[in-house]
Design a protein around this ligand. Structure first.
Ligand code: MTE
Length: 542
């Protein structure tokens, strides 16, 4: 679709931009003013062009144009140089929108509105490099796209410009991996970020660089050659110390699983009453195809079997705080030993080794269960009579009544979150956006925990007075093994004369679980488990 649009637009675009670029390149590159800044199209008074026209009339057109051309050539040979900081300050229609590709700098302000993928997608790269986006959306890596871009070139990056300073080696996060610039960062240290809504449901499988990241600690830098996973054996049994090669010897199991953080949509809860925690919007959820060894196969090899007394499988990560305390979590042994539950020790994510942020070299993936139990950088697995002692199992990721506050909370009184409730959210349009009158396309995701399949998504354009059923996309889900989300969309008529829409979505799973209509009755002090109807308000163009 994108390609077709692109192809349809390209001949016209090329012509238009060639014509435009001659005057653009010349009027920009030929500026003799060293403090040259490209002009914003709206505030552009064309005084440069007017100047040339006036001079042409006075001196004779051909002499002026010849001089002009010579100047342009000279400017192309010695292009204007910009620092990265200058580029990054051009990231809005007000300042102008600049991007870089390699060492070249482009002013794409006027291209944004005609970008075939939509203005909002190009805006994600505003003020920075295009490469991270082009590597995800390879459709751009074509000569005609480069040709279009070339028309918007305004200069090059100054080779003397230094990369942004990094903190010293005493910074425990100094060794964290590089991240995709499109991610919406909720906290830098530890790194927590979600994909932008424009990209979240663009693909059923979330590309690895855009997968939401939830880290509590610095990312460990583990050597795959020396990596060992400790599997503590049962009393009197034998413990295993597995290298990556040992893990590869177990039958490889692949499964598509959606991970959702319990804090997804916390930002909406905060609006009801303040809660402690990162302000996740609707993007603390992503889907990947994971591959690895089944946990049940590994546990059985170590001699474990269902037990009356040892009923929890505890996981310990290799990330730790300054006191040496590691991240940890646990799941019931019955789930871990059930081959149908498809719990895996994953070493691949979408056909690649796990990225560092997502647990390289091995993490546990627990389909249908809250993200907090999918322990990354897995170091140790043991079977215990009690749940993991970890703070994140015992003192976090639990739900409470709205009446419980930090003075009255008793963490021991509530079960740790395992399977998550039915959830859905709108990703398009976005809150506050203006949509065309006539027809509106509403898109989003829906998912339920515990392998429960999404059977329906209802969408309302009028704040819940009337409802239409959205179309569920993708494959049918396996009963009791619906581990991944359904993307959905609805094409709906905007009632004539409507100036605004209050769009809502709500999903139903195959146990007929539904979402609560408002946030207030499910508010809790940690801001977890927000699965209220998702509501957005948009304007309609007259
Ligand atoms: N595992 C370790 N070792 N350390 C962590 O901080 N965060 C957990 C879980 N596993 C975490 C971890 C939480 S709260 C979530 S929601 C998921 O990882 C997020 O996984 P992701 O970053 O791959 O999306």
């Amino acid at each position: 679709m994108l390609l077709m649009l692109h192809r349809a637009m390209v001949p016209g675009l090329r012509q238009a931009s060639r014509l435009r670029s001659t005057s653009r390149l010349c009027s920009r590159a030929c500026s003799t003013d060293d403090s040259f800044q490209p002009r914003h199209p709206i505030s552009d008074d064309n005084s440069g062009d007017r100047g040339w026209r006036v001079m042409g009339t006075l001196l004779g057109l051909s002499a002026v144009l010849a001089y002009h051309e010579r100047q342009c050539r000279a400017a192309q040979e010695s292009p204007h140089l910009y620092t990265r900081e200058e580029v990054s300050s051009h990231c809005s229609p007000e300042t102008g929108i600049w991007v870089t590709l390699g060492h070249e700098v482009f002013d794409v302000t006027e291209f944004v509105d005609i970008h075939p993928g939509g203005p909002s997608k190009l805006m994600l790269a505003a003020g920075g490099p295009l490469e991270p986006f082009w590597s995800l959306y390879a459709i751009h890596n074509q000569s005609h796209v480069r040709e279009i871009l070339a028309q918007y070139k305004i200069g090059e990056l100054n080779p003397k410009d230094k990369a942004p300073p990094t903190l010293g080696t005493c910074d425990p996060y100094a060794n964290d991996p590089p991240r995709h610039p499109a991610l919406k960062i909720n906290s830098q240290r530890p790194f927590n970020a979600e994909p932008p809504l424009e990209l979240l449901t663009e693909n059923y499988i979330t590309p690895n660089p855009l997968f939401f990241t939830r880290n509590h600690l610095p990312v460990p830098n583990l050597d795959p050659d020396t990596y060992r996973l400790q599997i503590v054996g049962p009393p009197g049994g034998q413990s295993l110390s597995l290298s990556l090669d040992d893990l590869y010897q177990f039958p490889k199991h692949e499964v598509t699983v959606t991970l959702q953080c319990a804090g997804n949509r916390r930002a909406e809860m905060t609006k009801v009453k303040e809660v402690k925690g990162l302000e996740w919007r609707t993007g603390a959820i992503s889907t990947a195809r994971w591959a690895g060894a089944r946990l049940c196969d590994v546990l059985v090899q170590a001699g474990h079997h269902l037990s009356e007394t040892e009923v929890h499988v505890c996981f310990e990560g290799l990330d730790s705080d300054p006191t040496g305390t590691a991240y940890g979590a646990s799941i019931p042994l019955a789930r871990a030993l059930d081959p149908e539950a498809e719990v895996i020790l994953a070493y691949e994510m979408n056909g690649q080794p796990l990225p560092r942020d997502h647990g390289f070299p091995v993490r546990v993936v627990v389909p249908g269960v809250v993200g907090a139990r999918h322990v990354k950088w897995l170091g140790k697995v043991s079977v215990e009579p009690e749940e993991s002692e970890s703070h994140w199992q015992r003192r976090d990721y639990k739900g409470f009544s709205p009446s419980v506050d930090w003075d009255t909370v008793d963490f021991d009184s509530a079960p740790s979150i395992q399977e998550l409730p039915i959830q859905s959210a709108i990703t398009e349009p976005q809150e506050g956006e203006t949509v065309e009158s006539g027809e509106v396309t509403v898109r989003g995701y829906a998912w339920s925990g515990g392998g429960r399949a999404v059977v329906r998504v209802d969408v309302s354009l009028d704040g819940g007075l009337t409802w239409q059923v959205a179309e569920l996309e993708g494959e049918e889900q396996r009963p009791r093994k619906a581990w991944a989300w359904r993307l959905w969309q609805l094409q709906a008529t905007v009632p004539a004369g409507q100036k605004e829409l209050n769009i809502i979505c709500k999903a139903v799973d195959d146990n007929y679980n539904v979402q609560p209509d408002t946030v207030a009755p499910i508010w809790n002090l940690r801001g977890v488990l927000n699965n209220a109807w998702h509501r957005i308000h948009v304007h309609v163009t007259p």
